[in-house]
Write a protein that binds this ligand. Sequence first.
Ligand code: SDX
Length: 391
Amino acid sequence: QTGHTALDYGFVNTASTKSAITYIDGDQGILRYRGYPIEQLAKHSSYLEVAWLLLYGELPTADQLGEWDEKIRRHTLLHEDLKHFFSALPHTAHPMSVLSAATAALSTYYEGQSDPGNPEHVELNTIRMLAKLPVIAAYAHKKSIGQAFLYPDNSLSFVDNFLKLNFGNHAEPYEINPVMSRALERLLILHEDHEQNASTSTVRLVGSTGANQFSSISAGINALYGPLHGGANEAVLDMLARIRDSGESVQRFVERVKNKEDGVKLMGFGHRVYKNYDPRAKLVKESADEVLRELGVEDPLLALANELEEIALNDDYFKERRLYPNVDFYTGVIYKAMGFPTRMFTPLFAIGRLPGWLAHWREMQYDPQTKIGRPQQLYVGAGERDYPTEA
Ligand code: SDX
């Protein structure tokens, strides 16, 4: 209230966390995982190879990656009892709620094998999380559409197994679509890490108390669920559909955003760090046209998104505030073209982000300097005063 900032009271603006995993330059729109530019990784690498890079700091050899991939395949099965967990939930349950609850529930199957101080437990539970989260997400999807769960097919790649779990069924063979497979691999890579975003900071904070990987990741999933964070990819599609269905012009919608009418925001725009075009959004936009064309999908929402971007990027309100498309602006149109319902968009973000969460949890866990997280505050409340007693 006094118009002063914390700095006036001697608070030093020190970075709260040291990390060697991801580098972002928000002004230049630069993103690198362990020094490798995101553009190169998205083009040449794979989800599991990038996951290894984030976790261990170097690209794996072909043998290391092959062995790791094999181990992960061997952990895709969920305990049969866990299936009953899904039947306890309404089919209307949001998949993100299912994902966080089922992830927390996973730890109950591994009590006695989840000691953060035991490197074998940490390695094994890293593999279990990478293997099982996609299966849980696919089951949440199947649950929401009333279809039977499939067992994982470990003859398939990580991404193809996930696609089959979501879109296959018991009545007919599932044919892998290589366009979908490659597009999803790239999208997952683009989401794998993003330094100290809200959900990753949550994972680190929860992990700093000694909580195991399952509990820490479950907390991260809950943080990602918010519409200002990972939930924005779902909110973008809802926003585009509302504009389309309302018949409101894009210009009129943008005016409402600028006037902050009913708190409406241009979802998928703006970022805490990027004050330039999010490099991931650029890559997603570039591939959106190609993926929809190759999937043979015509979606007017893509043209609507392009029109929204065009208007916003040329409008002073957005330019003055350095608001650009972020990673969530175009991803939903591609997920929709693949056949995912909008409520599955944020679970897809969670699967993408899982390696980053696990890498940050591990970095925090193995840093001897780590102390329990305790964010500072600047007290601006009432000074000391006495409780009113009878005079
Ligand atoms: C992700 O941190 C990460 O790295 C996150 C992420 C990751 O990979 O983990 O990149 C993923 O979460 C991307 C962000 C997804 N969220 C959205 O798309 C939701 C819409 N965006 C906004 O809610 C907002 O831009 C935030 C939350 C993303 C960032 O908020 P900031 O940086 O705190 O922005 P701000 O609130 O300080 O805004 C500055 C001004 C304000 O206007 P004034 O008060 O100065 O008049 O810009 C306005 C805001 O009202 N503004 C917007 C806007 N975002 C900011 N106005 C309209 N639409 C928007 N989207």
